[in-house]
Design a protein around this ligand. Structure first.
Ligand code: ZN
Length: 217
């Protein structure tokens, strides 16, 4: 497999949200809510947000300043940068605004972040306007193979993201869950799904025990 491709879970220190690393010879940080860490930053090659809620991105400025690598987030979450209510920083008692990212990604966009390593973004609004899942795949023997799916705050082990925050919509969430089911059906049963909160699970677990997935199947 591509240069010992692996992933690592790092719960952030409030224990509210998960940050993740995708690791090759380099590091890619998904959801910068953990404190800046020089040992990670040294080989860092990109920072990505599944969505722009404060519990997932509160350390983004520190990571960008400390590592000088590029930060990408969903285009549809752009309004959240300057809206402390919508980015939930006000809810966490630390109202904040943020500067523009280096890149925005959009639905179904694919980025080859290094040779033979791909991130594909799926826009799945409902929890917030830009809430996304990120499918990480690698190329081996000319075949693209899925590695992990980051499900952000769309899908958790036994539930889904809340829809009552500013920018949330239950109607959109229902449409997103139907779309996500289509996506999951195309992925291997044992593929790890890494959510924004709580424990990891497998694609098959989503079908076997997540009541929201079962409802829309
Ligand atoms: Zn969220």
């Amino acid at each position: 497999m591509l240069n010992n491709l692996k992933y690592k879970v790092i719960p952030e220190n409030w224990q509210h949200a998960n940050s993740y690393l995708i690791q090759t010879d380099k590091n890619y940080l998904i959801d910068p809510s953990i404190d800046f860490d020089d040992s990670i930053a040294r080989d860092l090659n990109g920072i990505f947000a599944t969505h722009f809620h404060f519990d997932h991105i509160n350390q983004v400025d520190e990571w960008r300043a400390g590592s000088r690598v590029k930060f990408a987030m969903p285009q549809k979450d752009q309004p959240l940068l300057t809206d402390p209510l919508a980015n939930c920083s006000a809810m966490f008692g630390q109202p904040r605004t943020f500067s523009d990212p280096d890149f925005y990604y959009d639905d179904e966009q694919i980025i080859e972040i290094e040779k033979d390593l791909f991130f594909k973004f799926y826009l799945l609004p409902g929890h917030c306007p830009g809430c996304s899942a990120i499918l990480v795949s690698y190329r081996e023997d000319s075949i693209i193979k899925p590695f992990v799916l980051f499900s952000g705050d769309v899908l958790f082990a036994d539930s889904i993201g809340r829809t009552d925050l500013k920018g949330g919509s239950m109607n959109q969430m229902q449409e997103s869950l139907k779309k996500l089911i289509e996506i999951l059906h195309q992925l291997p049963d044992d593929l790890p799904v890494l959510p924004g909160h709580g424990p990891a699970f497998r694609v098959s677990d989503a079908f076997e025990r997540n009541p929201y997935i079962q409802y829309f199947m």
